[in-house]
Design a protein around this ligand. Structure first.
Ligand SMILES: [Zn+2]
Length: 134
């Protein structure tokens, strides 16, 4: 399953970071997940709880943070987010989720109206911080 492979990737990355930072034991791991990432957080969380056994993060807690989509206009440089309570409906969000390029048919720069923009946030997953004992 995709989520398990994903969780394995997190464990491996955290282990490498722990070695690099000379941690002996980890207590907390912060994972940022973009909302456009098509991954089930509950399954990842379950997978991590299983995979962490016998590793340096056996006693660690995984903390997930959501990252909202953010856009940057290539024409005027304006950076914006989508208003959660307004201009975007779930269907559009779904479409962007599966085909990020679809964003260009639904969204344009609020400042200059250009459809030439980049999705700069909300697509990736990364470990933002690890806490532990040296
Ligand atoms: Zn613009």
């Amino acid at each position: 399953m995709h989520e398990w492979a994903f969780a394995e990737g997190i464990i491996k990355t955290v282990e490498e970071e722990a070695i690099k930072n000379r941690f002996k034991k980890l207590s907390k791991i912060y994972i940022v997940m973009g909302e456009l990432q098509g991954i089930d957080k509950d399954i990842v969380s379950f997978a991590l709880e299983n995979l962490k056994k016998g590793t340096i993060m056996e006693k660690a807690v995984f903390e997930f943070e959501d990252e909202e989509m953010e856009f940057e206009c290539r024409n005027c440089g304006f950076v914006w987010k989508i208003d959660r309570n307004g201009d975007i409906d779930e269907l559009i969000k779904e479409s962007i989720h599966f085909v990020p390029e679809a964003a260009h048919s639904f969204i344009s720069c609020p400042k200059c109206g250009s459809k030439d923009f980049e999705i700069t946030k909300g697509r990736g997953v990364y470990i933002s911080r690890i806490d532990g004992e040296l």
